[in-house]
Design a protein around this ligand. Structure first.
Ligand SMILES: C[S@@+](CC[C@H](N)C(=O)[O-])C[C@H]1O[C@@H](n2cnc3c(N)ncnc32)[C@H](O)[C@@H]1O
Length: 196
């Protein structure tokens, strides 16, 4: 697992992406009924999105390589009385979870991987996403000023997820990703991707 550098980003107060509340795009998606069945939050960090979805009564597993983030997430779950599962797992090895999910969330993880890492990550996601399941990717985009550190183009998303590897991109919409250093969020893509 590649967790130690990531873990360090949680040692001295909140990381730049750790806004202490769920991303508005995820709250909106949840309110529209976008989450169904068993849910996986890949790269859950301190768990705000995971906890939000779990608070709606869904069965949710949040995974991350950063043990410090997972400990914070677990403590929040206990403090808030929310039933949810957090576990350490490498997003490149999701098959090892031995479970399948109807809905998978990637909020801010895809855009951290280099082009040559993406095929392995996408295959790992495919190995745990049920037939006809849905993957949501919220990532920094190249669409507008003040972009985040790893802006992704629509073409990169479509190249990573395509029929040759078991995915159909259903929609890519412009959105915002809130961070601790953007007043009104950074430009993002919200992609809805179907597994077949
Ligand atoms: C930009 S943060 C986003 C965290 C969270 N989703 C959020 O919205 O606050 C990316 C997260 O992915 C985790 N991560 C990075 N590489 C990973 C990997 N190979 N497997 C699992 N998690 C990973 C990091 O530890 C970090 O918590």
């Amino acid at each position: 697992m590649t967790g130690l550098p990531w873990d360090a980003s949680y040692h001295d107060g909140p990381a730049p992406w750790d806004i202490g509340r769920p991303q508005p795009a995820i709250v909106r998606l949840a309110s529209e009924g976008g989450f169904a069945g068993s849910v996986l939050d890949a790269g859950c960090g301190t768990g705000e999105n995971t906890l939000h979805v779990a608070s709606l009564g869904l069965s949710v597993l949040g995974v991350d390589v950063a043990e410090t983030a997972l400990a914070i997430a677990q403590k929040k779950a206990e403090d808030r009385g929310i039933e949810v599962e957090f576990t350490a797992a490498d997003a490149f090895q999701l098959k090892r979870l031995g479970r399948m999910f109807q809905t998978v969330l990637d909020c801010g993880l895809f855009h951290t991987f280099d082009g040559d890492e993406r095929p392995r990550y996408v295959a790992s996601l495919a190995s745990v996403t049920e037939h006809d399941g849905t993957l949501y990717v919220l990532c920094f985009s190249d669409d507008g000023p003040n972009s985040g550190p790893h802006p992704i183009t629509q073409e990169e998303l479509r190249a990573a997820f395509n029929p040759s590897n078991g995915w159909n991109v259903a929609a890519i919409e412009p959105d915002r990703i809130q961070t601790r250093y953007h007043d009104h969020g950074a430009p993002g893509w919200f992609a809805t991707i179907k597994r077949f």
